[in-house]
Design a protein around this ligand. Structure first.
Ligand code: CTP
Length: 402
């Protein structure tokens, strides 16, 4: 896993009202131990004073190509020489256009052209500017050039309009930047992830479900994306925001989840079943709300299909990973489940600890035994799971490569 601490980031700020959010981003970066060098466009300095960034980062801020504070007068070369990345936030429509066309008429655009490190941008502009064909062309070009594009988000804009164009919040941006640095172990791979609970209908207003929030499954999908995979996320009911670049398929019941998995699985390299699938469904659900009376109500339940077993037993199954949420004897039950389900890798946790928590514990079980991961945020656990899985996957596809 890649840590942000000790990275050197050039934070480019271009002209837009979202420049004020870049001050908070600089503060968060400093808090994570990143060395931050701020470079502003001339118009950015009209929104926020360079002094603000200087105070936050403890470094002088540069914006002029002809600045003589550096002995060799080559700020555009010096700043990116040992940089881990350049992050431009906010990136205005004009700045995206400059980047897409390789223009270099100020310090920030020149150092973006002269850099040898990765470039990430966080667009921020009025929604019509974002939707304009010229901006769409520029963004497509930047994607083709390997530039990381984070956001924009949608919502209320400074101009009073609603729509796409808001710069992502600083915490979200830092999260995306961290993701960008993760090793691309699954580049070119297609990964299918199931997540969340399922909901089995009893009547028009009731159903059977469980306490799964989907947090672990969404974190696994995100970690797979960060590792360079193309990810399809099949999710039961969940309020979580899915990772932006995953293909999301929303389902309700276990049967629907199975149908969606069967439709998608043939082209997948890897299947990761994180969903807490209901083991039973109601045999005769009522179309209308069941009225209460004084009698005992009996529901007839029938077993749901095991989605993971279905995939494992395909003639040409993808590499399969299972999850086990147990309430006791984790090591014993998880290992038994791995054998019973015939899985090369299974991740297990204790439900009391994992359900709805952002921080939990996870143990990986494979042919070599149990590998407990250090307690941490779910995204951190998911990244470690993906790293471990990628090694086993490579071995399974190329057994001669130790
Ligand atoms: N799973 C599945 N379909 C089901 C039940 C489970 O795909 N109908 C998958 C889960 O996504 C998980 C793994 O199987 O990857 C284990 O799920 P779990 O609920 O822990 O195990 P079960 O097989 O349902 O066994 P039990 O409930 O008895 O522990």
């Amino acid at each position: 896993m890649t840590d942000l601490a000790k990275k050197r980031i050039v934070l480019g700020v271009s002209g837009g009202i979202a420049a004020y959010k870049a001050a908070e981003l600089a503060r968060l970066m400093m808090k994570r131990g990143i060395e931050v060098q701020v470079v502003m466009t001339e118009s950015a300095t009209r929104f926020v004073s360079p002094l603000t960034f200087q105070a936050l980062t403890g470094r002088p801020v540069f914006s002029d190509l002809w600045d003589n504070r550096l002995d060799n007068g080559m700020a555009h070369i010096d700043f990116t020489r040992d940089a881990s990345a350049v992050v431009v936030a906010p990136a205005s429509a004009d700045f995206l256009a400059k980047l897409a066309h390789g223009n270099a008429d100020d310090l920030l655009s020149t150092l973006c052209l002269a850099r040898a490190c990765p470039l990430m941008v966080a667009p921020a502009m009025n929604r019509q500017m974002w939707e304009h064909p010229a901006t769409r062309r520029n963004v497509s070009q930047l994607k083709r050039d390997g530039v990381g594009i984070f956001g924009p988000g949608s919502g209320e804009q400074a101009c009073g309009e609603e729509g796409m164009g808001r710069m992502l919040e600083p915490e979200e941006l830092l999260f995306d930047i961290e993701g960008f640095f993760q090793p691309k172990r699954l580049s070119g791979r297609k990964v299918l992830v199931t997540a969340g609970p399922t909901f089995e209908v009893i009547d028009a207003v009731r159903g059977i479900t469980n306490l799964s929030s989907g947090k672990m499954g969404y974190a696994v999908a995100r970690a797979a994306l960060e590792a360079g995979a193309e990810v399809t996320l099949i999710s039961g009911p969940s309020c979580l925001k899915p990772p932006a670049s995953a293909k999301l398929i929303k389902v309700t019941s276990a049967q629907e989840m199975l149908g969606a998995v069967q439709e998608a699985v043939s082209e997948m390299d890897i299947f990761i079943g994180v969903a807490a699938v209901a083991d039973y469904y109601v045999l005769n659900p009522s179309e209308h709300k069941i009225k209460k009376d004084a009698h005992i109500l009996t529901l007839e339940l029938a077993p749901n299909p095991d989605i993971l077993a279905n995939v494992v037993n395909l003639p040409k199954p993808p590499f399969c990973v299972g999850f086990a949420a147990e309430s006791e004897s984790l090591f014993e039950f998880a290992e038994m489940k791995r054998h019973r389900k015939n899985l090369p890798l299974l991740a297990g946790n204790l439900v009391q600890d994992a359900i709805n928590n952002d921080i939990s514990e996870l143990t990986l079980f494979d042919d070599e035994g149990a590998h407990p991961l250090p307690r941490g945020p779910k995204i951190q656990l998911a990244r470690q799971l993906i790293a471990h899985m990628a090694k086993l996957y490579d071995l399974s596809t190329n057994p001669k490569n130790p």
